[in-house]
Write a new protein. Structure first.
Length: 96
């Protein structure tokens, strides 16, 4: 199928299809769905767990840090989680 034909079926322009194919733009999920449907494919979004509990690249990077650095990271993550919890509580109060 040509870019023009795909664009016509998907309700977009040939230029937009060209920009997506060449990597000059990142399509939205809606655009991806329209393009897939135009090609006779059903869009499906899914997620699955990694084989282990932790991301292997992240774990390897953590292992390269000193115990002191890992402790500081854990404290920062804990502070962030607390700030997010407080912000959520405040937002819920403002909505009420």
């Amino acid at each position: 199928m040509s870019q023009r034909g795909l664009a016509l079926r998907a309700g977009t322009t040939q230029a937009a299809v060209s920009r997506i194919e060449s990597g000059k733009t990142t399509p939205t999920w809606d655009t991806i769905c329209a393009l897939l449907l135009a090609m006779g494919l059903e869009p499906e979004l899914g997620a699955r767990r990694l084989p282990g509990r932790w991301d292997p690249l992240h774990l390897a990077a953590l292992r390269e840090r000193t115990p002191s650095e890992r402790f500081k990271l854990a404290l920062a993550a804990n502070r962030l989680a607390d700030a997010m919890r407080r912000a959520g509580s405040e937002a819920r109060r403002e909505r009420a």
